[in-house]
Design a protein around this ligand. Sequence first.
Ligand SMILES: Nc1ncnc2c1ncn2[C@@H]1O[C@H](COP(=O)(O)OP(=O)(O)O)[C@@H](O)[C@H]1O
Ligand SMILES: [Mg+2]
Length: 364
Amino acid sequence: MSAVRFSGVSKNYGPVVALAGLDLDVAEGEFLSLLGPSGSGKSTTLGLLAGLIDADGGKIEIAGRDVTALPPEKRDLAMVFQNYALYPHLTVMENIAFPLEARKPKPDAGEIRRKVEVVAQALGIGALLARYPREISGGQQQRVALGRAMVRDPKVFLLDEPLSNLDARLRIRMRRDLKALHAQLGSTIVYVTHDQSEAMTLSSRIAIFNHGRLQQVAPPAEIYDRPANAFVANFVGDREMNFLDGELGVQGGVPRFVCAGGSVALHPSAAVLDAGKLRMGVRAEAIAPGRDKGDLRGTVALAELAGPDLFLTVRLADDTEIVARADPREFAAREGESVSLAFDPARIHLFDAETGIARHHGAA
Ligand SMILES: Nc1ncnc2c1ncn2[C@@H]1O[C@H](COP(=O)(O)OP(=O)(O)O)[C@@H](O)[C@H]1O
Ligand SMILES: [Mg+2]
């Protein structure tokens, strides 16, 4: 039985399609991220699941029970938002205990205390129980908000961009803690984020949205290596994907991608493709710049040293630009220099030029 199931769920705001016919299953114990750009329907999906938004159509089930018409308090969920509001006049202990105090019948004081301590221990804030929110850091406040959700022991946790108000380093630390916490609790989590690297590192599976439509749902490695379409391919990864338009050709029995700037050898398995207009997508890390070994040549327009990586923006003869990555200890080039570009055929993606739908991935 799925922890959560959406069947044909849709939501419109006037002419705006916030969510179009969503079919999605979340497995018990899964950490599922809803990923997409701003306005793609992630919060709508979470709000529908929580019962804060009414669906125009479709069915939502939690642990096998149809909850589509149930109010939020009857759905056995706990939510943590980006703007987690702690009660400033209550201590950490009282903040976490709040949902238990409100429960009917109310558990006795000893039991409440015990539950809060277990949760606080798991979150590493056991020593802060007597403090007030203003006396602890942002990251600690975020843990208190999580604790307040955990103490209810819900069927499913819903988290909407819970880390986005934290600074970059703290966000990465909290990611690690969230992941460890999930492994320890084994609870089902539905997590909204627009940050692809957050989704990549945290999730057991990622559901990617664009314009209210689910684009792909798969484990992070599959999303990265076998994107369902050009939108997904471009949305995941630290940098934008390189795209070149062209078509399939053959040379010496080897399939090649032929574009305005030249041609690139493809993985032999690409030979099965039908002819037609294609869009080639390649990540910077799958293109090695060099002096003379490679299929395409161009001039370095921009050289960016980013820690362990040197990113070269290379302008081809037809003025298209390709970003390639080098290890700066092994290769260096300055702006204006001519370089070659060697493509790794196993990491070339081919999409339909019109629809963007994936036609072939080098690593079959
Ligand atoms: N209450 C609302 N009234 C009108 N339009 C809304 C409302 N809530 C969301 N929308 C629209 O629905 C779309 C999806 O929004 P949302 O689910 O909040 O996106 P995300 O969380 O992915 O940024 C957006 O175009 C947004 O402007
Ligand atoms: Mg949102």
